[in-house]
Ligand binder design. Structure first.
Ligand SMILES: Cc1cc2nc3c(=O)[nH]c(=O)nc-3n(C[C@H](O)[C@H](O)[C@H](O)COP(=O)(O)O)c2cc1C
Length: 682
């Protein structure tokens, strides 16, 4: 229930608000009925008049993206940048010693320390994030806080796990990584491994073309375009492939009529997901593959390895004893492409999130050893219940990816994204397009859940098409297929974010779910009141996942835990930004490149954060996600600045935290976060 906010006795900081007193202003309830945020009249102001800026001006303010560059242009610029004295060799930068680089004269980067220092911009305000941690800074001379470095630090402890080792990457590049568990499982389920591993990615595209659902896909900006453009792979074309897929289309692939003889432990069991597994040392020989299928990709599997699950295949995957995660009433930060990066998740952990999940990673890109995709699997040590999210179209691809990630990564559960609406994913037969293929979902879940002992979860939307809900038909079976939990985002793919999430339908689905399946509701949670209504109000919903609510106000986790609408001050919000920046510099680096990467992701996030309307400014609390804000000012200049929807103002905030932007800087947010009823990614 929306409550009326306490009266505010502050003086009117926005005299312009009183300008038009001839008309009776709408009441707060009328505004709410029109989905307009009921901001107290004292804080209203006329919309800012913005002249259309010239290209030159808007670029300077960072508001307009540059034209798209060609690949050649990119390559040329990259080469020029590498040759520039500003790109000091990492080894030289770290030590300050021009002879420290083992590549000597053949190194592509500059070794000229004096020239580098002569052009290096002044240090940024503040202390090096590594010095704060009393650790040596690996960026050495190139750190933008170099003046605050101290000698004699203890060797640094890396709090980030799940790196992609060079050796595993090489195995993947050479398509020599073996997948005994996935292959055996696919066979056991009567599915054909229609492609050789080598041809996997390309074949996926081919198969997708073949059985692509008949959908009209409106193109929108998405993140995956780049990462889905795979580097060239050797394709062994299998002419039987298309025929095969034709035969499979629409047919039940597996007979799953065998009843479950040995149910998994009840979801009432205790949580068991919060142990962080250290990444094992990579000692293996790529030439010799031992007979034991568990040892095929390395010579030794350390005793503490999480990948010790043996190839003991069973006809029904749920016979395998899975580890259990008790999702009940845990605050779950949703997977969020781009913005749900490791520093953001770390921040949410400090503010009360219990469960975190990595950004969606595409199976084919992981299988090809793409470093940028593997970066999405990184985990911080504070993420004590952590999931990785993958997305793929076919049982063999997904099962192999699960085996790969299970062998190489530390995580507590693995989530398969079957709700992603973006065209480039849907066109490949993955994401929400799977909602049109329940039999494919069945074989993906059966094959994948059987290759890992860790819980497998699935994230879906209500349906692909508006009005043709599908999720309810999945919940009754998906547990038997091997999933431990299902997250239901209460919207269809077609609908994107245009209406409120359908919680009645989510509840109907939850009613149909077997007792042991965790049902996680998702959509529009933006306050502790929303949370209580959906989680505490239903015994069948284990928990809710929070996405945009966390982006707009990451302190939502604190609010839920403390059951309050926090009237957070602009200073407190600024401190949260400072924490994010510190985590960002630790993650992306404190040299110029790291600073600018941190700025970029900060700006992406600020494009969401500006949608927060302070509690003390509202006539009715709590704020709802679908409310459009009128033009208003805050209680101080910083609060006003933080409410701005202008990219130039976000850039200004970034400059307060990370110094001046470089010359020629531009920024345009990837996600259209301020389009309240339009599609957003994910
Ligand atoms: C910027 C953005 C990125 C997203 N990225 C993902 C993603 O990588 N994987 C995923 O399953 N969902 C993704 N989603 C969808 C959210 O996880 C969530 O299902 C959706 O936003 C509905 O929840 P909400 O109403 O709380 O925002 C994304 C959403 C947004 C806004």
């Amino acid at each position: 229930m929306a409550a009326t906010a306490p009266a505010d006795d502050r003086p009117d900081p926005c005299p312009a608000a009183a300008a038009d007193s001839s008309q009776t202003p709408p009441t707060p309830d009328e505004l709410v009925a029109r989905a307009v945020a009921p901001v107290k009249s004292a804080f209203l102001r006329p919309p800012p008049v913005r002249d259309t800026p010239t290209n030159e001006e808007s670029r300077a303010s960072g508001a307009v993206p540059l034209e798209k560059k060609s690949k050649r242009q990119f390559r040329r610029e990259r080469k020029q940048e590498q040759e520039s004295v500003s790109r000091l060799c990492v080894a030289v930068g770290k030590t300050g010693n021009a002879d420290a680089c083992k590549y000597g004269a053949s190194c592509r980067f500059s070794h000229d320390v004096d020239a580098y220092l002569a052009q290096k911009p002044a240090d940024l305000e503040g202390t090096c994030p590594f010095t704060v941690l009393e650790q040596p800074c690996q960026y050495g001379l190139t750190c933008r806080f170099f003046g605050t470095h101290k000698d004699n630090h203890a060797p640094s402890e890396n709090h980030e796990i799940n790196p992609l080792s060079k050796d595993i990457q090489k195995l993947l590049w050479k398509t020599k990584y073996k997948f005994p568990r996935a292959s055996a499982q696919i066979k056991l389920l009567g599915l054909k491994e229609v492609v050789k591993i080598k041809a996997n990615a390309a074949a996926d595209d081919q198969r997708a073309e073949h059985d692509n659902p008949d959908v009209s896909c409106e193109m929108n900006g998405d993140d995956k375009t780049e990462s889905l453009c795979c580097p060239p792979v050797t394709v062994e074309h299998d002419s039987s492939l298309c025929e095969e897929m034709d035969k499979l289309a629409g047919e039940p692939l597996v007979d799953n009529s065998v009843p479950c003889p040995e149910p998994r432990a009840s979801k009432k069991s205790k949580v068991e997901g919060d142990e962080i597994h250290k990444n094992e040392a990579d000692t293996y020989d790529t030439k010799a593959y031992p007979e034991d299928p568990n040892l095929v990709n390395r010579l030794e599997v350390p005793s503490n390895s999480t990948s010790s699950c043996r190839v003991d295949l069973v006809a029904t995957p749920h016979l395998r004893e899975k580890k259990i995660i008790d999702f009940r009433e845990k605050l779950y930060l949703a997977p969020l492409t781009t913005v749900g990066n490791l520093p953001f998740r770390r921040l949410c952990k400090t503010l009360g999130a219990d469960i975190t999940c990595g950004e969606m990673a595409m199976c084919t890109n992981l299988m090809q050893g793409q470093a940028s995709e593997w970066a999405l699997l990184r985990r911080h040590s504070s993420e004590d219940i952590f999931g990785v999210q993958i997305c793929g179209a076919f049982p063999d691809t997904v099962a192999r990816t699960v085996e790969l990630v299970d062998n190489e990564c530390s995580f507590d559960f693995i989530d398969i994204n079957m709700g992603c609406p973006i065209d480039v994913v849907v066109n490949k037969g993955a994401g929400s397009s799977l909602l049109n293929k329940p039999m494919r979902i069945k074989s993906i879940v059966q094959a994948s859940s059987a290759v890992t002992e860790r819980p497998l979860t699935v994230k879906v939307r209500t349906a692909f098409f508006e009005g043709r809900n599908r999720a309810d038909s999945l919940v009754s079976d998906i547990y038997d297929w091997g999933a431990s939990a299902i997250t239901i985002h209460g919207r269809s793919r077609q609908q994107r974010y245009s209406k409120l999430a359908d919680w009645d339908y989510i509840n109907q689905c939850a009613q149909k779910a077997p007792d042991d399946l965790h049902v996680i509701g998702n959509g529009d949670i933006f306050s502790f009141t929303d949370w209580n209504r959906h989680v505490s109000g239903s015994s069948k919903i284990s928990t809710c996942m929070i996405a945009r609510g966390a982006l707009i106000k990451p302190w939502i986790f604190t609010e839920i835990k403390e059951e309050k609408d926090w009237d957070i001050t602009s200073g407190e919000r600024f401190n949260i930004l400072k924490d994010y920046v510190r985590f960002g510099l630790e993650h992306w680096g404190s040299d110029t490149k790291g600073v600018e990467t941190t700025r970029h992701f900060l700006l992406e996030w600020l494009s969401y954060m500006c949608r927060y309307i302070p509690v003390g400014l509202l006539d009715v609390v709590p704020q709802r996600l679908n409310w459009r804000p009128p033009s208003y000012c805050g209680r101080d200049d910083l609060e006003t600045l933080m409410a701005s929807e202008s990219a130039a103002d976000w850039v200004r905030i970034s400059e307060m935290l990370l110094g001046k932007v470089p010359e020629g800087f531009t920024f345009a947010p990837k996600h259209k976060s301020n389009a309240y009823d339009r599609a957003e990614n994910g």
